[in-house]
Design a protein around this ligand. Structure first.
Ligand code: BTN
Length: 262
C-alpha cells in the first residue's frame, strides 16, 4: 500500500490487488484517522498474519482477506470481547448463504464447519495509551471462499474447508465482503446498545467446543485436558477437568482432545 491519506478512498473501502497484510494497512490508516467501518480488501497477501504469530496463506482468487476499522462506543476494557462479537458477526453472515446449523465457532474466533476450519479472525487494537476518542480496533478476517481442497497445502487438507467445497458454488468475494461488513457493524451496534451478554448468548449456541473434551498447553508447558463450558462474561473460555476444577483460558490455542486440531 502506498503512503496516501485515508480520505483518498471512496465508499469506506480500499481495494488492493496485492499487499503484505490488510491488517497492517488498516491499522496504519486507522492511526491516520480512518473512520468506523472503513475496510481494506485485498486479492492476495504476501505476509498475511494469523493468530499467535502464525502466517495466513493468502493466494489470489480463492480467499477473502479483509480488515475493518472499528471505533466502537465502548470502553477500552470491552475491546477484547469484540473478538467474539466479530466471530459471531462472521458466522451469522455465512449462515445467510449456506444452510442453518452448518457453521460453528471455535473459541476465540475460528469459523468451523463439519469439524474443519473455514476462516479465522485476527483482532488488533490501538495501544492503551491512545486517547479514548482516538482508540480503535482492526478486525482482520480471512475466509476460505473459492479454494478447492487440492489448493491447500497438503498438511492442512485434512483440517480445512471452504465455502466452495461445502456448496459446490463459486462466490463473489466483494459481495461476501459487503455482507460480512454489514453483519459486523450490526453486531457491534448490538454489543454497544444491548451489551456483550446478548452477543454471548448467540455465540454460545454456535460453540463447537461446548461439552467437548479439549486440551491446551499452559504457560508452564503443562498439557491440560478438560471439558469446554463456553466463554464467560469476559469472553474467556472456561473448562472443567475430571476433578471438577474449573480452568479459565485467557489466550492461546485449544484443541478437541479426540480428533486433534479443531
Ligand atoms: C487466524 O485464524 O489465525 C486468524 C487469521 C486472520 C487472517 C486475516 S486475512 C485478512 C487479515 N489480514 C491479515 O494479515 N490477517 C487477517
Amino acid at each position: 500500500m502506498s503512503d496516501v491519506p485515508f480520505f483518498a478512498f471512496m465508499d469506506n473501502i480500499l481495494f488492493l490487488h496485492s499487499t503484505e497484510s490488510t491488517n497492517s494497512d488498516a491499522y496504519s490508516l486507522a492511526v491516520k484517522g480512518a473512520v468506523h467501518g472503513f475496510g481494506v480488501l485485498a486479492d492476495m497477501q504476501s505476509a498475511g498474519k494469523g493468530r499467535l504469530g502464525r502466517n495466513w496463506i493468502s493466494p489470489a482468487g480463492t480467499g477473502l482477506y479483509c480488515s475493518i476499522v472499528l471505533r466502537p462506543n465502548l470502553s477500552f476494557t470491552e475491546f477484547p470481547k469484540l473478538t467474539l462479537t466479530a466471530g459471531l458477526a462472521l458466522c451469522t453472515a455465512v449462515e445467510s448463504i449456506l444452510p442453518d446449523g452448518l457453521f460453528g465457532l471455535k473459541w476465540p474466533n475460528d469459523l468451523y464447519c463439519l469439524r474443519r476450519k473455514c476462516g479465522g479472525i485476527l483482532v488488533e487494537s490501538s495501544t492503551p495509551s491512545c486517547p479514548d476518542n482516538e482508540s480503535f480496533v482492526v478486525v482482520g478476517i480471512g475466509i476460505n471462499v473459492n479454494t478447492q481442497l487440492d489448493e491447500f497445502p497438503l498438511e492442512l487438507q485434512h483440517k480445512v474447508t471452504s465455502l466452495r467445497i461445502l456448496s459446490g458454488k463459486i462466490y463473489n468475494i466483494k459481495d461476501l465482503y459487503k455482507k460480512i461488513r454489514t453483519s459486523l457493524l450490526e453486531h457491534v451496534r448490538i454489543h454497544e446498545k444491548r451489551g456483550f451478554e446478548k452477543i454471548l448468548h448467540e455465540w454460545r449456541k454456535r460453540d463447537v467446543l461446548f461439552e467437548k473434551e479439549m486440551q491446551w498447553v499452559t504457560h508452564d508447558k503443562e498439557v491440560i485436558t478438560a471439558r469446554g463450558m463456553g466463554p464467560d462474561e469476559n469472553g474467556q473460555l472456561l473448562a472443567r477437568d475430571s476433578d471438577g476444577k474449573i480452568h479459565e483460558i485467557l489466550s492461546g490455542d485449544v484443541q478437541q482432545a479426540t480428533n486433534g486440531e479443531q
